[in-house]
Design a protein around this ligand. Structure first.
Ligand code: BGC
Length: 721
């Protein structure tokens, strides 16, 4: 397609249409769209909507084709629509929430899952997914932590790039490849007080050091699109933030793909108080570098006046339209506007056995064994099993942002245990609801009776899927009084109990950890959740997940993360409540979280030996080799993620006490050992120095290796330059 020629023939209305995205409701297949409710507030007519260049929130190949026909027939140049959707952790087959995927520390698995999701979405007519979400998350109160791969810039970058590869394949050349859109640029994950959409205050130093690398990794991996965040950063909404969109994204990172605003974010700049009105909002957003406006039409409605008044230029509009047309061209839409939308393939692929198997494997690898005092794995000879708690029979375990996923497709824990052990007597009672703050336990007696008679008890607690995700921040993160009452009663009557905890964020489990001998955190595990949980509990699968986000001891510690700075007055032992005054401490909680980043147990014990560092000096020409031998001392096949950290002891700006620099996930048979050799280069020691350059500084560094951020063996090395 000759895009330049097409552009030269388009009217201004057509061009502005390409820069506008509206909900699929505008293109009702029967063409009788009754545009009411919030949609009518866009201020455009149905006939205008047909000029739009892209749409979101549609489901299925059948509708997609009809909508495409309607839109193309109405477009003067018959330009096809781009169909975009939030395919965040699966399309119809749902794998664990991204925070759980972070715990797999497995780039290949993440890539495979993204490819599967992309394929299911592609046959349903999706061209672009609003994923991956690469917001660094350190405050569990924020409901959207579930969408991120966690608190660490390095891990996020690695996994973000894997998501992009999975969706986009080799530059969208594969039949089922779809375009990815990294979001929410930038620092959406640091809202004040953990409250969604709230202001973000960060120094440019911290922004660059910690918050930007994840997005950058996706740009480097070739992501097609990026979405600015809703929030302000330093008082400026990202949607019109020239530091972010122009200086950093377009100039420093040379990103030439599409920038799409978040939902209604142009108009929200009026609420933020930086745009006088809608017209001004369009001027600010396009002026800063936005291309597509999602779910508002300020540019469409006011573009002509803004051009006439010299507040926008035709060059700016043309450049943005070109980007949109080029993506349509790369996706082959001018030749085949339906692309691979295909109802038969939908029926064949959605929830097919291979996809379910992958989702189950992902749910197994995402689960984190937080604690285990000789309870798990349960014996498969158990005759009577009790599955108790609000999540025992709950199908709502797919998690927020599950796109076309349905609760009814999900396997419950009860169903999973029954399927795995068909000869056992498996009984279940809910006990209480999962409501936040619930105090009543209507079925306490039944739960006690069941627990007392069982050989093994699976206690299913946690947080409901709609209690995390967008707009769902929480000020308290503990289990409800009802769930704790239930847990105490069950544990009093049967010690052979494992708590299986569902959650979209790290919950505060301090009280439960005091009474429960075993705790398996399964996040919102997705379609195959119950099967994965059953296999993990009864030893058919061995837990290997490692926390991608610290679990606070108390909400008051938030934000909390392993890569913290020291203070001038650190406590001697951050694991206990310090008694010394004038220290950086809490009077009622330790400094460290309940469970640290990288923590996660297995049914095996892995020993770390023969830690060696090739030299005590590192130079730009001579990297270091850091070696360790890891041995599986247990009886099960298992996986262990070996982690490499550094600490820059002295620099022009204070450096974190620990920074993850690499990781390797090993698979070891019983008795097997493997040598892991990490290479650390001078480049790995670079940071944003006092004068703003990205460089290393000579001096002492500590290098550490271990199974989590709190159990490390280390050595000191010197960087010579
Ligand atoms: C969210 C985005 C999402 C968009 C479209 C917004 O509310 O912040 O993450 O991609 O809606 O559904």
């Amino acid at each position: 397609m000759d895009i330049q020629k097409l552009l030269s023939q388009m009217t201004l209305q057509e061009k502005l249409g390409q820069l506008t995205q509206v909900n699929a409701v505008f293109f009702k297949p029967d063409n009788t769209a009754d545009i009411t409710g919030p949609v009518s507030l866009l201020g455009i007519e149905e006939s205008d909507a047909l000029y739009c260049g892209s749409t979101l929130n549609f489901i299925g190949a059948k509708d997609m084709k009809k909508i495409q026909d309607i839109a193309m027939a109405a477009q003067p140049h018959g330009i096809p629509l781009l169909f975009m959707q939030d395919v965040i952790h699966g399309y119809r087959t749902i794998y664990p929430i991204p925070l759980g995927m972070g715990c797999t520390f497995d780039e290949e698995l993440v890539e495979e899952c993204a490819r599967m999701a992309g394929k299911e979405a592609a046959v349903s007519g999706v061209h672009v997914t609003f994923s991956p979400m690469l917001d660094l998350v350190r405050d569990a109160r924020w409901g959207r932590v579930m969408e991120s791969t966690g608190e660490d810039p390095f891990l996020n970058g690695r996994l973000g790039a894997a998501f992009v590869r999975g969706y986009q394949g080799d530059k969208l050349q594969g039949k089922y490849d779809i375009a990815a859109c990294v979001k929410h640029f930038a620092a959406y994950g640091a809202p004040e007080a953990g409250r969604d959409y709230n202001a973000v205050e960060l120094s440019e130093h911290t922004l660059r050091e910690s918050y930007l690398p994840g997005y950058r990794a996706c740009i480097d991996a070739g992501v097609e699109m990026i979405m600015p965040s809703f929030n302000t950063v330093g008082g400026v909404p990202s949607t019109c933030n020239r530091l972010l969109l122009d200086k950093i994204l377009r100039r420093e990172w040379a990103f030439d793909g599409i920038v799409i605003s978040d939902y209604n974010a142009y108009r929200e700049m009026v609420k933020h108080g930086v745009a006088e009105d809608d017209k001004h909002a369009a001027e600010l957003a396009i002026g800063a570098g936005c291309d597509i406006e999602m779910m508002s039409a300020t540019a469409y409605l006011h573009g002509e006046e803004l051009l006439a008044e010299g507040r926008l230029t035709m060059e700016q509009i043309d450049r943005a339209v070109l980007r949109v047309l080029e993506l349509k061209d790369r996706l082959g839409l001018f030749e085949n506007p339906y692309r691979v939308a295909n109802e038969q393939e939908e029926a064949e692929l959605h929830l097919c056995p291979a996809h379910r198997a992958l989702a189950r494997r992902a749910a197994e690898e995402a689960s984190v064994l937080l604690k285990n005092e000789n309870v798990l794995p349960f014996s498969k000879n158990a005759k009577k099993i009790a599955v108790i708690g609000p999540f025992a029979k709950e199908k709502g375990i797919k998690g927020f942002w599950a796109c076309a996923g349905r609760d009814e497709d999900c396997v419950t824990v009860l169903a999973g245990v029954r399927a795995l052990l068909p000869d056992a007597e498996v009984a279940s009672v809910k006990g209480c609801s999962w409501e936040i703050g619930e105090t009543e336990v209507p079925e306490l007696d039944e739960a006690i009776e069941l627990a007392s008679e069982a050989d093994a008890v699976v206690l299913c607690l946690g947080e409901y899927q709609e209690h995390s995700g967008e707009g769902n921040s929480r000020a308290t993160l503990t289990l409800s009084p009802a769930q704790m009452t239930l847990a105490r009663a069950v544990l009093k009557h049967n010690k052979n109990t494992a708590a299986v905890i569902f959650g979209g964020r790290p919950l505060v489990l301090t009280d439960l950890a005091e009474i429960a001998p075993a705790m398996l955190y399964v996040w919102q595990p997705g379609t195959e959740g119950g099967n994965a949980v059953a296999r993990l509990l009864f030893g058919d699968a061995n837990p290997s997940g490692k926390l991608s986000m610290s679990f606070p001891y108390a909400e008051g510690q938030c934000p909390i993360y392993y890569s913290r700075m020291n203070t001038g007055r650190p406590v001697e032992d951050p694991k206990v409540v310090s008694k010394r005054p004038y220290r950086s401490r809490y009077l009622d909680a330790p400094v460290l979280p309940l469970y640290p980043f990288g923590h996660g147990l297995s049914y095996n014990t892995y020993t770390y030996d023969n830690f060696t560092v090739s030299d005590d000096k590192i130079t730009p020409d001579t990297p270091l080799e850091i070696a360790v031998t890891v041995k599986n001392e247990g009886q099960y096949q298992g996986k262990e993620t070996v982690q490499l950290y550094i600490h820059d002891k002295f620099a022009s700006v204070a450096r974190p006490l620990l920074e993850l620099k690499d990781f390797v996930k090993l698979e070891l048979a019983p008795g097997e050992s493997a040598a892991v050799i990490f290479t650390l280069t001078e480049e790995d020691l670079r940071f944003h120095t006092l004068d703003g350059t990205f460089a290393s500084e000579r001096g002492e560094f500590e290098v550490f290796v271990g199974p989590n951020s709190d159990q490390l063996m280390g050595a000191t090395v010197y960087l010579e330059k």
